[in-house]
Design a protein around this ligand. Structure first.
Ligand code: SF4
Length: 767
């Protein structure tokens, strides 16, 4: 048996990044056959006069170095700058059914889409179509709908501000607020939770704050894979002696040791930086109880200190001047049961006390978080509890301190700011009406899960997606496939082929667009687009490479031509806007006051910081004050009920990314930091659970999710991998395990699939 070809498991002993990152960069540039002339792309990545990395939403440093990219940023750019092409000939030779049998990795490897395509059911193939015909077809379908709410419009976080603004304007003029978007799957609980405590659904810190922080609490995040340039900030903080705590069921390599490729001496000497000073491994879904326990412990410590005549540990001046309802919150903490908090968090009391000490000693504390906090039923209240904890010590709205949700896609925050929102505020709709003289739809629309259900019910007949891989990013995959196939029309705007494009409605279009790295000429003038990163920095991005095909259209132009074809241009001169992005920005400025002097300000190298009121301690809550929100520990969840039925055999599964993966894009089959090579169907399990279940590492199991809708959800044949993960918890990659996430298992008040806490059973399957 050739281990290399069939994949293998081997512990990874080296620090994160280092030479292996550079090796992987070379492998991906070669694998994607990036033309030598396109290697220059890397030197313009995240540069003030260059393009914004189409990867994650980690901000760019003001004083950029020559190399402002990471290993995964190069994978994203190489995937776009590849010389491989998927042409109409390719589709003539491969039926959709045949392509569906290929792996997600293989589909990604075919290269860039070159021409607009229409699905031909008779031959089960995609064939070329002229752009005008494509827009006419979409317009026909949209105008034929008796109700515009029978269409839904998906946005992936790759979509620029200009395209997103035009998209929302067109769709609202059509008459609906159906805006599912990729943040529904990730930071929706952040966007829904934070307004209830601090008034704004965004983070309150900038990169500069990391230079002044002495304590970092990192919740449910794996930066070395998902936001690799964040490792530079963590390295600098660690070297400055900051306390860094990783709070995550997994001890991720990047939060243990890191060798910075940007530091030659470290690379040459094989040195590395120890990142975390403390690891806390709560069980899946245990973060809420853990954070509440920290708050309870802080009150106890404060009592003891004041009783001993020492200064208290709470920022009572901040609490008195800026907040509301602290007394009710504190009373709830005092009555809360330690036994319940310990049981639900899965963290020993001694560790909670140690963690609280670290927090209490911090003068300037930043809390960062990723999907580990957001993809749970109780995610909204977990984020509010974290906000409560930070408010207790006034750690919001001052230098070196604050809340830092780290978003996964380059412009996911910008899209929401531009109005990609199924629950728009009345104030925003009023302004749209004022500026564009139409009556926007006022009823809330459909998010991602609601859109899938509406397609299943036949209430939605047209699905149009700006980028993304909807069918693979969403839960309950077989149901989602069925939903898309019940549509009269599905449309995908994309750069590369993915599985969603092969899950067609009765009619389907696949429309190729320019990549972020490519020159976007409109009437001979290069156009720049803007994006907003996780820390509310808005900056310009200009492509530098020749387009992959002469037939590509930009995202703004695709939206403009669709709107023109569907609505005409009496109210809005769509085609002019599609060819002049500065003109779009002038309209954005008229709708959003925070974008005043937009074109002038964004022309500055590095762009500008979009004001976040809570960062300046202006609380846009109902009361105008920061709001403490008490929350009870939930003990009657689907997981509690499943545990009651199945006892210790019941496991809780989290879906996660491998290192060679970005969202649903599979760049490679390795996850080297976790010791996985050439494999995707693996499940990480605690050795004691292997013994308890009578299983063995290297054996294979089916994973079956436990849900109360009588639907059997099974993901077959996963290799058991022994791993340092809490008892009763499992980890496996998505999209392979998205089948197991029930469509309606979502975060309360946010609609985010609970992909980090799925109740499952393991069934041995033959070798
Ligand atoms: S950290 Fe994110 S934005 Fe920066 S280069 Fe890497 S993938 Fe791109």
């Amino acid at each position: 048996m050739n281990k290399k070809s069939e994949g293998h498991i081997a512990p990874y002993t080296r620090p994160a990044a280092g030479w292996d990152a550079l090796k992987q960069v070379a492998i991906n540039l070669v694998r994607e056959r990036v033309a030598g002339s396109n290697y220059k792309t890397l030197f313009k990545q995240n540069q003030p006069d260059g393009f914004d990395c189409p990867g994650c939403a980690w901000p760019d440093r003001e004083h950029a170095s020559t190399f402002e990219f990471c290993e995964n940023g190069v994978k994203a750019v190489a995937a776009e700058a590849t010389s491989k092409r998927v042409t109409p000939d390719f589709f003539a030779r491969h039926t959709v059914t045949e392509l569906l049998r290929q792996s997600d990795y293989a589909l990604e490897q075919h290269g860039r889409l070159t021409d607009p395509l229409v699905y031909d059911p008779a031959s089960d193939t995609y064939r070329p179509i002229a752009w005008d015909e494509a827009f006419a077809l979409m317009a026909r379908h949209l105008r034929a709908l008796p109700d515009p709410n029978q269409a839904t419009f998906y946005t992936s976080g790759r979509t620029s501000n200009e395209a997103a603004f035009l998209f929302q304007l067109f769709v609202r003029m059509l008459g609906t607020n159906n805006f599912p978007d990729c943040s529904n799957m990730c930071h929706e609980p952040t966007s829904r939770g934070l307004p209830g405590t601090v008034g704004t659904g965004k983070g309150t810190v900038t990169l500069d704050d990391f230079e002044h922080a002495d304590t970092l609490l990192i919740f449910g995040q794996n930066p070395a894979t998902n936001h690799p340039r964040m490792m530079n900030e963590l390295r600098d903080c660690a070297r400055r002696g900051a306390a860094i705590v990783s709070i995550n069921p997994l001890r991720e390599r990047g939060l243990e040791r890191f060798t910075s490729p940007a530091h030659a001496l470290e690379m040459l000497t094989g040195a590395s930086t120890t990142i975390s000073t403390l690891f806390i491994q709560p069980r899946l879904g245990g973060d809420f109880a853990l954070i509440k326990a920290m708050a309870k412990r802080l009150v106890e410590r404060d009592d003891a200190a004041r009783a001993a005549g020492q200064p208290g540990l709470l920022d009572r001046e901040f609490i008195a001047r800026h907040t509301l309802d602290y007394a009710a919150f504190e009373a709830d903490l005092r009555t809360e049961s330690w036994d319940l908090l310990l049981a639900e968090s899965g963290v020993p009391r001694a560790q909670i006390e140690q963690l609280t000490e670290v927090y209490a000693r911090g003068k300037n504390v930043i809390s960062t978080w990723g999907m580990g906090l957001t993809q749970h039923k109780g995610a909204v209240k977990t984020i509010q509890m974290l906000s409560n904890l930070m408010m207790m010590r006034g750690q919001i709205g001052r230098p070196g301190a604050g809340l830092c949700p780290v978003r996964g896609h380059s412009n996911v925050q910008g899209d929401r700011t531009m109005g990609i929102e199924d629950k728009p505020s009345q104030a925003f709709l009023d302004r749209l009406q004022q500026v564009f003289h139409f009556a926007p739809p006022r009823a809330h629309g459909l998010d991602t899960v609601d859109s899938i259900q509406a397609m299943l019910d036949g209430r939605v007949q047209v699905f149009i997606a700006m980028g993304g891989n909807f069918a693979m990013a969403t839960p309950d995959t077989p149901l989602t496939f069925e939903a898309l196939r019940r549509c009269a029309l599905t449309v995908h705007v994309a750069t590369k082929l993915n599985r969603s494009h092969l899950v067609t409605g009765r009619a389907a279009l696949l429309l190729p667009t320019l990549g972020r790295t490519e020159i976007d000429l409109q009437h001979g003038v290069a156009q720049g687009v803007t994006v907003e990163d996780s820390m509310s920095m808005v900056h310009l991005s200009y492509g530098i490479n020749q387009p992959a095909s002469a037939s590509l259209l930009s995202e703004p132009m695709i939206v403009a031509r669709l709107a023109h074809a569907t609505l005409g241009s009496d109210k809005v001169d769509w085609l002019r806007l599609g060819g002049d992005y500065a003109a779009i920005r002038e309209l954005i400025e008229r709708v959003f006051d925070d974008f005043h002097d937009f074109n002038a300000r964004v022309a500055h190298p590095g762009g500008f910081h979009l004001r976040v009121a809570s960062r300046e301690r202006e609380w846009r809550t109902a009361s105008g004050r920061a709001q403490f929100v008490p929350h009870a520990v939930d003990t009657d969840t689907p997981i509690h009920r499943a545990r009651a039925r199945h006892g210790a055999r019941l496991m809780v599964l989290m879906t996660m990314r491998a290192h060679d993966q970005y969202n649903t894009t599979i760049y490679g089959l390795d996850d080297r930091y976790r010791g996985v090579y050439g494999l995707r169907r693996v499940v990480f399990i605690n050795p004691a659970d292997l013994a308890m279940l009578g299983l063995r590492a290297g054996g294979h199991v089916d994973i079956v999710s436990v849900w109360d809708d009588q639907v059997t959800r099974r993901a077959g044949r996963f290799l058991l991998v022994e791993y340092d993960i809490p008892r009763g918890c499992l980890g496996a990659y998505f999209p392979e395990t998205n089948d197991l996430v029930p469509l309606h298992s979502t975060a309360d008040g946010a609609g985010t699939p609970t992909s980090k806490s799925i109740p499952v059973l393991l069934e041995p399957c033959g070798e």
